[in-house]
Structures are given as C-alpha cells and as structure tokens.
Design a protein around this ligand. Structure first.
Ligand code: ADP
Ligand code: MG
Length: 298
C-alpha cells in the first residue's frame, strides 16, 4: 500500500515537471543546470521561482528596479549530493554597491535616523552663505586631523532645522571614507537608553562613547538635565576626551550661555559651579560656530 502511494507521488512529480517543461525557456534553463532529471523533478515549483528570477536578471536595468524577492539577490539552485538547495546569490551590482558603502560601517549611530549615513559634502546646500565658515573649518579639520595634536570639534548652535546635524554627519561620513571611526548620538534619547542599561551593559556603552575617535553629541540641551546626567555622564566623558585630545562635536539650539543656565538647574536644585565646569570643558574641546538658516524640515 505504502509503496503504491510512493509510486503515485513520484508519477505526479514527473507529470508536473513535464508540464512545466512545456515552456521551452524553462526547459532550457533546467537542462542547462546539468542536473539529472530524476532529481530536477522533485523541485519543479522552486525551479520555476529560480527561473523567473533569472529572467528578471536578464532584463535588469539596475538595482533600483530589481524585481527579485530579495532585492539585489537571485534565487539560485545548487546541487549538493542528490539534493538541490536554493540559495540567494548576490548580484554583481549589489556587490559593487555594498563595497562602495562599506565605509558607512565606520559610523555608529545611537538613537539617530539612518539617513545621516547618507549625508555628504557634495550634497550640502550651497544656497546659503551661513554654511561657508563651517565648511571652511571642516577643510581645516580634515587637513589637520592626522597631527598629533588633534584639531578641536565644533559647538554648533543655531535655529531648529537649519541643517546642523546634517553638516556634522557629512563631515563624519567624509572621515569614514578615510577609515576614521565615529559615533553620532542623539543625546537626550541616549541618556534614557543609557539609564535603562544599568546592570546590563552600562559600562561598555559608556566606555565606548568616551573613547571613540570622533564623537557627536547631537541636540545637547534638549535633555532633562539631572545631577546624574551632568556629573556622572557628561562631565567624565568630556574630561576624558579633553585629556586625550579626542575631537568632540556638539549641536544645540542653545548658545553656550543658555546651555550653562540649563545645566545649572536640576530637580535637586541649582549648581552653577558644576554647570560652569561642563561649559569650560566644552570650550576647551570646541570652536563655537553658528548656523542660522531657514528650517529645512518643511
Ligand atoms: P538641525 O539639526 O539644525 O535641526 P537637520 O540637520 O536635522 O537640522 O536638517 C533638517 C532637515 O534638512 C533634515 O531632514 C536634513 O536631512 C535636511 N538637510 C539639512 N541640510 C541638508 C543638506 N545640505 N542637504 C540635504 N538635506 C539637508
Ligand atoms: Mg539636529
């Protein structure tokens, strides 16, 4: 009885394979694989999928219009012993794209949108003179970066949506192309996640941020300042980076004076001295620049 069932199944497999082979192109495709027919028969439906992907590739007009199930990859049959495995073969265009983008691994984002990895010098808006001093400083920064006494970062203040984050991200992308590692942190959110990592990987995160070659603390001053964030997080990070000449960048809607006021007030009271100490460290670490421009978020 069992034997008969097996036989019927096998006949059905042969039948559906033969039916599929009525399509001449499919037939040429499968026979071109140089795999025995008795093996091919067991995989008709997957072979049809692979065939369709192959046809898509023959008509390829570029990665952006790739119709395959996994963009940039081709579902491909591979014979292993007496079975066919199907794997996803990377398309040469995808390999080229991936390799051209591999520098992006040098940028690490904490609570930042992925788009910042696409920021580049060539796309910086050139319609606005306000950017000129910043771009000039970037050039100096890049020229001097290899010196033993590393150049300072920037404290970039200015209006909401003017492109502050974009500019620093563009610099870090250019540095990444030269192999330099950086971390970009959306500071208010980072504080929340750092707090949540207590007892898990708090120390690892903290030490990593402290020591990374290039650091951006994005939107400083937008956080809810506490004694902990000011004295246990920001203070030690800045102190370490100052002592080790590690370039550190900030963006903020607040000027340094406004930031000082904001840092002096926590739920535990007012402490002007501790706030002053942080500002002194920021001044040591950066040159202050301003970007007032129209809001690009609309
Ligand atoms: P800010 O940090 O000053 O608030 P952002 O850097 O976030 O402003 O910029 C606001 C928006 O404008 C973002 O969506 C950003 O991607 C875009 N943007 C800013 N500058 C440029 C630029 N030079 N080229 C392309 N997009 C830009
Ligand atoms: Mg910003």
């Amino acid at each position: 009885m069992k034997k008969d069932l097996f036989k019927t199944d096998s006949i059905k497999l042969t039948q559906s394979f033969q039916e599929a082979c009525a399509d001449k192109e499919f037939k040429d495709f499968v026979y071109g694989l140089n795999i025995k027919e008795e093996i091919l028969e067991k995989y008709t439906s997957s072979l049809q999928d692979a065939f369709l992907e192959c046809k898509n590739c023959d008509k390829c007009k570029g990665l952006s219009t790739c119709k395959n199930m996994v963009k940039g990859y081709k579902y491909t049959p591979v014979l292993e012993g007496n079975i066919i495995n199907f794997c996803y073969d990377e398309c040469p265009r995808e390999t080229k794209r991936r390799e051209a983008n591999s520098y992006k691994d040098n940028l690490d984002l904490f609570e930042m949108p992925m788009e910042v990895k696409d920021a580049s010098f060539k796309d910086i808006y050139k319609d606005d003179k306000a950017r000129i001093p910043i771009i000039k400083y970037f050039k100096e920064f890049m020229d001097n970066y290899k010196n033993s006494d590393k150049p300072k970062g920037i404290y970039l203040t200015g209006s909401f949506g003017s492109g502050k984050t974009y500019l620093i991200a563009a610099l870090f992308n250019e540095m990444a192309k030269k192999g330099e590692k950086s971390v970009l942190i959306y500071y208010p959110e980072f504080l929340r996640s750092l707090k949540a990592s207590f007892g898990i990987d708090y120390n690892e995160r903290f030490e990593y941020i402290k020591r990374v070659p290039l650091l951006l603390l994005d939107d400083i001053g937008a956080e809810n300042c506490s004694n902990w964030s000011r004295d246990e997080v920001l203070g030690p990070i800045l102190q370490y980076r100052m002592e080790n000449h590690l370039p550190t960048f900030f963006t903020s809607n607040l000027t340094l004076n406004e930031l000082e006021k904001s840092l002096s007030i926590t739920s535990s009271g007012v402490d002007k001295v501790k706030a002053r100490r942080i500002i002194e460290r920021i001044k040591q670490l950066t040159v202050p620049l301003e970007l007032v421009s129209k809001n690009r978020r609309d």
